[in-house]
Design a protein around this ligand. Structure first.
Ligand code: IFM
Length: 443
């Protein structure tokens, strides 16, 4: 088990505000399966997974956790944990198979069943409209680099909010636009697997524009729901005090954090990063930034780790504890990140930790999964969150990633993030020790 600072044994739910929301999270492509049923169209992940060498174990999300068929039992499982809320995403190609035009009623029916099923169990539904499964026909026309996609996204968002309305507690437009731009169009690790910084910056702007266009639609059609966006953020620290390391950390912070925070919360891209990107910067039309900077009801923050940057690139400090992803376990980064957001952004809305968790190489033994490292990860991060609350940061909720093991993108099924173990051949769900611990903590 990786060594990290000792877990606070006494952490209790009562240490958090009375109306603080605790939940678990998933996303559509990672758990649903049923990739070609009931009229669902192809997404960029269906395509990407079929390209040789893209996914480490050669797998894809055709079946995943078969949640599309097992949703009722899965909702019972969620309710049995004692959580207040469940965050899931809607698959755009289930609702609009070609990304535009008529909606597929069967797709919306599924999400309506989920929403009502959660409400019937006393669990609040939190919806993400876009967790990366773009309809393939939109990618064929340029994906997020084509401004038309942003307009199609607003129409799709209106279809979802129009059907589910204010039964949904919160709508996040996008999950982690850094991943669906930089990781997807520049690093090439995610669909559509391109490697071009200019396209990545155009995609990031297209995503933010899509957010800005969809938000008023959500507000119009679900007036009692909260509307916001989810970013993956983390402190980016220099490996040493050397000027080269400090400059690398500043740029990494700019590209990961400020490139998204600044337009959303201040209505402008960060000038230093803009200058550093030279001719690759996106076309920004008049009115775009005003749309993007419309006030949010909440900012969703997904926190997993920090970055440590040297002039030669990122690294994990020697001796640091890491998860099965190789990500450093650094709970202090969550406190640092949240206090920095409060200090740097006077317009910061209430924050929700929409994802936090860790992959470990879990083993099913005698019907049980002992995952003390995950328990410790959750405890130490909740303690870090408590410290941010004590420092005055307005945080309203915490969602553990993830409810259950699932399709971890380019890693396929090799990485297990769940509080619940999934035995894929039988689709049996087994509560890990971390799930028992979370349930006990919430009691
Ligand atoms: O599994 C992903 C999720 O889809 C988005 N945030 C990070 C998680 C772990 O990599």
């Amino acid at each position: 088990m990786p060594q990290t600072r000792p877990a606070p044994q006494t952490l209790r739910r009562a240490d958090f505000p009375a109306n603080f929301t605790f939940g678990v999270a998933t996303s559509s492509y990672q758990i649903e399966g049923a990739a070609f049923e009931d009229g669902r169209g192809p997404s960029i992940w269906d395509t990407f997974c079929r390209e040789p060498g893209r996914i480490r174990d050669g797998s894809r999300g055709d079946v995943a956790c078969d949640h599309y068929h097992r949703w009722e039992a899965d909702l019972d499982l969620i309710a049995s944990l004692g959580v207040d809320a469940y965050r899931f995403s809607v698959a755009w190609p289930r609702v609009q198979p070609s990304g535009s035009g008529p909606v597929n009623a069967a797709g919306l029916d599924f999400y309506e069943r989920l929403t009502d099923g959660l409400l019937a169990r006393g669990v609040a539904p939190h919806v993400t409209l876009y967790h990366w499964d773009l309809p393939q026909p939109l990618q064929d026309a340029g994906g997020w680099t084509n401004r038309e996609t942003a307009h199609r996204f607003a129409e799709y968002g209106a279809a979802v909010a129009g059907r589910l309305g204010s039964r949904v507690k919160s709508y996040a437009t996008l999950n982690e636009p850094w991943c669906s731009s930089v990781l997807s169009y520049e690093i090439g690790e995610h669909a559509p697997g391109l490697q071009d910084r200019r396209l990545a910056l155009a995609a990031a702007h297209g995503l933010l524009l899509g957010h800005g266009l969809a938000l008023p639609e959500v507000r119009r059609l679900a007036p009692a729901s909260q509307a916001g966006i989810v970013l993956n953020l983390g402190p980016q620290m220099p490996a040493s005090d050397q000027p080269g390391d400090r400059a690398a950390a500043r740029l990494a912070d700019g590209r990961l954090n400020r490139w998204f925070l600044d337009p959303l919360l201040c209505g402008a891209y960060p000038q230093d990063v803009w200058d550093a990107c030279g001719a690759d910067v996106p076309e920004v039309r008049e009115g775009d930034l005003a749309l993007i900077a419309a006030p949010l009801d909440f900012l969703g923050v997904n926190y997993y780790s920090r970055g440590v940057l040297g002039a030669a690139g990122g690294s994990v400090p020697a001796g640091a504890s890491v998860t099965d992803m190789g990500w450093e376990i650094y709970p202090q980064g969550l406190t640092d990140l949240l206090t920095r957001l409060k200090a740097d952004y006077p317009t910061l809305p209430p924050v929700v930790i929409t994802e936090n968790g860790a992959a470990f190489a879990d083993q099913l033994q005698g019907g049980q999964v002992h995952d003390p490292a995950r328990v410790q990860y959750l405890q130490t991060h909740l303690e870090a969150l408590r410290q941010a609350l004590a420092a005055g940061v307005d945080v309203r909720g915490y969602f553990a990633w993830s409810l259950m093991d699932n399709f971890e993108w380019a890693y396929g099924y090799e990485k297990r993030f769940g509080l619940v173990y999934v035995d894929y051949p039988t689709q049996t769900r087994i509560l890990k020790d971390s799930a028992h611990w979370y349930r006990q903590f919430l009691r």
